[in-house]
Design a protein around this ligand. Structure first.
Ligand code: NAD
Ligand code: SER
Length: 316
């Protein structure tokens, strides 16, 4: 029987992934864990363990004594925060991964999910329909850590037969938890401000096109990838995955269909340079061919759902 540990479960992805995994298996089989002392409200429907992924001994002891079979390792610093704390970002994003990969190498774990990002690409990558295999020269600490992580995942798979799987998530859009310090966060923030004040000052410029995805698609992709037969998984670094692509101006225009008096202004900051180094759109044909990936949510549907569900009180 599977016993799943989700590390970094209190964040934007973790909180929804825990609920999806508990629906699929059972609440008892899915342990949420995070460095946060208190279990976040949204995932209180099952077990919670406070764990710091940087405490290698504590993580090892918990996994071994509780006979954990699968780990979803989500704890990381995202792109914008990582640029402010480069040393710590490198430590957090890399050390935790080795702790989990080593547990699998030693036979304690059966499966690992570890997310990568579109940040593995850089300014020299072809940025329209970015292929799975292409030039990768990331220019951010976050991107470098994700690219190194991908290489190590593939290495542990080839060398030690570790069943580790990964996705290069685009910017993820959701309303249940606030995003945690990324460059794509504007595409979430904008909905809160549209609902609250009918105006938004965007930290990226109006024509900055980036790949994005509604969270329900990202969670389904994660579960589908983890369930796919091992022989179908041809990529052990990380799969490209595509949902939709848009610019802040296009998103604003779409929001105006629902909030006609909504206005947007632009004050690009340090995140502009990060965004400019990332793809505009992604070719995810390997995910489609290998494990049948297909997105369900386009921009229009995502905008409708977000405006209906965001709760501006979360910002207080
Ligand atoms: P998030 O910042 O919302 O959540 C991260 C969680 O990790 C937080 O709850 C935090 O408390 C926890 N955490 C931090 N340090 C920890 C530690 N030492 N030990 C245990 N937990 C710790 O991030 P997210 O958006 O949910 O992203 C999760 C993963 O997905 C990250 O690896 C991120 O790089 C990747 N990713 C996210 C996106 C996105 O758009 N959200 C896109 C691409 C990749
Ligand atoms: N959404 C993430 C970020 O902006 C991409 O990995 O950091």
């Amino acid at each position: 029987m599977k016993k799943i540990l989700v590390i970094g479960a209190g964040g934007q992805i973790g909180s929804e992934l825990v609920l999806a995994l508990r629906n699929k298996y059972s609440a008892e089989q899915v342990i949420a864990s995070d460095v946060k002392e208190e279990c976040p409200e949204i995932i209180k429907n099952g077990p919670y363990k406070q764990l710091d992924i940087l405490n290698r001994d504590a993580v090892r002891e918990y996994v071994i004594t509780n006979e954990i079979t699968d780990v979803y390792l989500l704890a990381a610093l995202l792109s914008a925060t990582a640029e402010k704390h480069p040393d710590f970002a490198w430590k957090l994003n890399m050390e935790g991964l080795f702790t989990i990969l080593d547990l699998a190498k030693e036979g304690y774990l059966k499966q690992i999910f570890w997310p990568s990002s579109i940040a593995v690409f850089g300014p020299t990558t072809p940025n329209v329909n970015t292929p799975q295999y292409t030039v990768m020269e990331p220019s951010t600490v976050y991107g470098i850590s994700k690219q190194a992580g991908e290489r190590w995942c593939e290495y542990y798979n080839k060398k030690f037969n570790v069943d580790v799987r990964s996705i290069r998530y685009p910017g993820l859009i959701s309303y249940t938890s606030l995003p945690g310090g990324g460059t794509t966060d504007y595409a979430v923030d904008i909905f809160y401000k549209a609902k609250k004040d009918a105006k938004y000052d965007c930290f990226l410029s109006e024509n900055t096109e980036l790949p994005m995805m509604y969270m329900a698609d990202a969670i389904r992709a994660t579960v589908e990838l983890m369930q796919a037969p091992a022989e179908n998984i041809s990529i052990r670094s990380a799969y490209n995955l595509s949902g939709c692509s848009f610019t802040p101006a296009e998103l604003a225009e779409n929001i105006q269909k629902h909030v006609p008096n909504f206005t947007i202004t632009y004050s690009p900051d340090f995140r502009q340079q990060i965004a400019d180094s990332w793809p505009k759109s992604i070719d995810d044909s390997y995910a489609r061919n290998d494990w049948g990936w297909k997105e369900e949510f386009g921009t229009d549907k995502m905008v409708e759902i977000m405006l209906e569900n965001v709760n501006p009180a979360l910002l207080d």
